[in-house]
Design a protein around this ligand. Structure first.
Ligand code: SAM
Length: 278
């Protein structure tokens, strides 16, 4: 059964709303294709690869917070999970809610419209990108703790601190002085603004920051997984992913180094996994 709901009562009316520029960026509708095509498939397949090892066996209830248009909800539902997407962007809620086996509601990671201890798993693959203030990120993780059952896993994604620097170098945008100044600022502070329209307000995290934020929220951090290794920076990666043999070689090489602390920050994204105490 699939369903969507366009309105959600905010359980914490005092919470600042999700920023307009973030909502506007995602309302453009580009998110659904981002990791289904081209080099973005590496993030998609590696997220799937890591989650399939971390999640309890289906059937189980998965809350996909910041689940966007449902790119991960879709395959999770196909794997037999009961998936609900929570997202602040109406277009995403509409897209995700049409997927077989997926329900979707409007909501904010910092005030989840969900019952205490009602979920077997909480995924947060996106919201921490868009919460530049540490107390907001800890609040979102505290909400994950509240709604997951005792002993249940929480997995959160972050964008790495120097991902913009690496990406812009690769695409040669870094040689444009405006992009370079902004990118150097992101590397120095973690704060990404709206310059150039390439992305929106975001926070680029050092991998080591995230387990500390899990702990502050009351979660027990258990592991970190770099998703793309350095493969995402290679010129031929898109073609490699088109070739099943080369794709498998890239996947297994990236898997082998996924938790090497010296390499975590080289990936574009890191998954941090933790758990609510039993
Ligand atoms: C880069 S997309 C990731 C989508 C999908 N989870 C994925 O992994 O491809 C980030 C998502 O976080 C959502 N988001 C932004 N701020 C949020 C917040 N405060 N609470 C929940 N979701 C938020 C956005 O609407 C968007 O769908």
């Amino acid at each position: 059964m699939s369903s969507s709901s366009a309105t959600t009562e905010n359980p914490s009316p005092e919470l600042p709303a999700v920023r307009e520029e973030i909502l506007d960026y995602y309302a453009r509708g580009k998110e659904d294709a981002r990791i289904r095509r081209g080099s973005g498939r590496l993030e998609f397949w590696r997220t799937q690869d890591v989650l399939r090892r971390l999640l309890p066996a289906a059937p189980a209830r998965v809350l996909d917070v910041g689940g966007g248009s449902g790119v991960h909800a879709e395959w999770l539902a196909r794997d037999g999970y009961e998936v609900e997407v929570i997202d602040p962007v109406p277009l995403h809620v509409d897209q995700a809610g049409r997927l077989p086996g997926v329900t979707a509601r409007l909501g904010d990671a910092r005030a989840l419209p969900v019952e205490d201890a009602s979920q077997d798993v909480v995924l947060m693959l996106g919201p921490l990108y868009h919460l530049p203030e540490r107390p907001d990120r800890v609040k979102a993780l505290s909400e994950a703790l509240r709604v997951v059952r005792p002993g249940g896993p929480v997995v959160a994604a972050t964008i790495n601190r120097h991902a913009a620097l690496h990406d812009l170098l690769r695409k040669e945008h870094y040689f444009d002085p405006v992009h370079r100044a902004h990118t150097d600022e992101v590397s120095a502070t973690g704060r990404h603004g709206t310059v150039g329209g390439l992305f929106t307000t975001a926070y680029f995290a050092e991998p080591t920051e995230v387990p500390a934020e899990f702990s502050e929220a009351g979660l027990v951090p258990e592991g970190q997984y770099g998703l793309e290794g350095v493969a995402w920076l290679m010129g031929g990666v898109e073609q490699w992913l088109d070739d099943p043999e080369r794709r498998e070689a890239v996947m297994s090489a990236t898997r082998r180094i996924e938790s090497d602390p010296a390499l975590l920050g080289a990936s574009g994204h890191v998954l941090t996994a933790g758990r609510r105490r039993s």
